[in-house]
Ligand binder design. Sequence first.
Ligand code: NCD
Length: 343
Amino acid sequence: MSWAYRHLLDVENLSSDEIDALLDRASEMRGFLDRNEDQGALLRGEHVALLFAEASTRTRLSFEIAAHRLGADTYLLDRASSSMTKGETFTDTVRNLDAIGFTMLVVRHHRTGAPWVAARHFRGHVVNAGDGWHAHPTQALLDLFTLRRAWGGSPDALRGRKIVIVGDILHSRVAGSNIWSLTQAGADVWLCGPRPWVRGFDQLARSLPSDRRLSVTDDLQSALDGADAVMGLRVQKERMAGGLSAAEYRDRYQINSERFARAKPGALYLHPGPINEGVEVTREVCLGPRSLVLEQARNGVPIRMAVLSLIAETGSAAGLSQTSATRLSQTSEATRDLSSAIR
Ligand code: NCD
């Protein structure tokens, strides 16, 4: 088993071994949950703060239930009910959570890099629950876990599979993280959406090492052709201005039964939620027999149990291992510029 991180901030730097360790732990946790067995001792005595500066349903609740299942206490701090609305800076909030005695911090924030900044001011463990348009590591891990289970469960289950992510790739932290974890698992990943929403990804595809397969297109038909799985993304209505309208998007990119039939027989449909039914996907597809949408929600719990229990084993600041310390300082370095933006 190989896991040395004190925080989970991104999937981009995780090796295949580290991801396997995490998914193995998640399988164990999923087994406990399916058999309704108690795992109440692993995080007993941990106090988990859920700092959610942005709306969330699945992510927040599954972190909460995951922590409870492991015996930890959780406390929610959302924007509306905390001093975030009184002008307290983000770093002050984090320093105070540390002083009050929280030992784990789950952060969702609209600013890219916020969890990295939190990790510099918090002596316990930090988990990124989604930052800006940047990363959503636990979502990417649960998507990988869900697909791996659906295709037989082995670490090689995704190798050579064509997986299409359709929609507003540019503004999606879900896509941002999935690009790394799915290509690393050996999948042939296609990004598809209107040109303005896949802008810059051609360049990323060209810059990847040759063992990572990433294609970019605005042509839905060629993307769907022979696909093993299709992952929809929420059309972010707040970002439609200047681009195309929801109706235009639906006409060209909505996944309906007819279009889904272009994928391989038995192809799977995923979506991280929240879903705009009738815009990015029809009810028929998202509730159909090949949809994994509710399985993704279910797997959010064992994945978050795995993350929380593994990082807890690496010890907090006082007992920080050399590897974690080195890695932490590397990530701090990379986000140095962000810290002045997010105070
Ligand atoms: C996403 C998020 O908030 O990043 N949802 C999720 O966590 N399941 C996707 C979105 O907002 O569209």
